[in-house]
Design a protein around this ligand. Structure first.
Ligand code: ITT
Length: 202
């Protein structure tokens, strides 16, 4: 039996990447079209936890949300929690421009996955270190993938492709932990799905 859990996100890439990792744990997430309430905060943990809590109140069944961001060392962690806004405004070109002439190109992606259920909110975190490339390369993935080269690789996430990205990525690591936790705590979650009238809601 596959345990299907709603994932509040409008980003279908996140869903696909999560499912690559969750498959081996007998878990699958599916996107739900619910507004993800994002508080203004510098903390991905706070943003994800509160969004999950609110979604749980609405859905009344275990639910997952994720907040992620790109943190560039030379820019004091910018864009961090503002990654989505920065991507939509100045975009990849703008970030490369900000990095012009900067030799320290180290950066990291962070992801915080929040699972809300009757027992509260559990957080699962993942980080991947790497560097910002000198130019955008590759067509796979989404967001800042074309300018992020993970440690130990010579290619950007957008050149590597989803499977390889997930084996090292922030999201891959965070969802790995979620999968393990669910396997160990299935007894706590399954009764809640049974009790919910909206178990198959999508
Ligand atoms: P939801 O909030 O609906 O889940 P989103 O794409 O807006 O989707 P975030 O708020 O977590 O997600 O935004 C983080 C931004 O950081 C995202 O829009 C991307 O630009 C970037 N980002 C996060 N993870 C990424 C990844 O794996 N690869 C490339 N860029 C990523």
């Amino acid at each position: 039996m596959v345990l299907r859990i709603p994932f509040v996100t409008k980003n279908e890439h996140k869903v696909a990447e999560a499912n690559i990792v969750l498959k081996k744990y007998g878990v699958e997430v599916y996107p739900v079209n619910l507004k993800k309430i994002e508080v203004q905060s510098e903390s991905l943990e706070k943003i994800a936890a509160l969004a999950a809590k609110i979604a749980y109140r609405k859905l009344r069944m275990p639910v997952v949300v994720e907040d992620a961001g790109l943190f560039i060392d030379a820019l004091s962690g910018f864009p961090g929690p503002y990654s989505s806004y920065v991507y939509k405004t100045i975009g990849i070109k703008g970030v490369l421009k900000l990095m012009e002439g900067i030799s320290d190109r180290s950066a990291k992606f962070r992801a915080v996955v929040a699972l809300a259920y009757s027992g509260g909110v559990k957080l699962f975190k993942g980080v991947v270190k790497g560097i910002i490339s000198l130019e955008a390369k590759g067509t796979k993935g989404f967001g800042f993938d074309p300018i992020f080269i993970p440690e130990g690789h010579a290619k950007t996430f957008a050149e590597l492709g989803t499977e390889e990205k997930c084996s090292v990525s922030h999201r891959g690591k965070a969802f790995e932990q979620l999968g393990k936790w669910i396997v160990e705590n299935k007894d706590k979650l399954i009764p809640e799905f049974r009790a919910s009238p909206r178990v198959e809601a999508q």
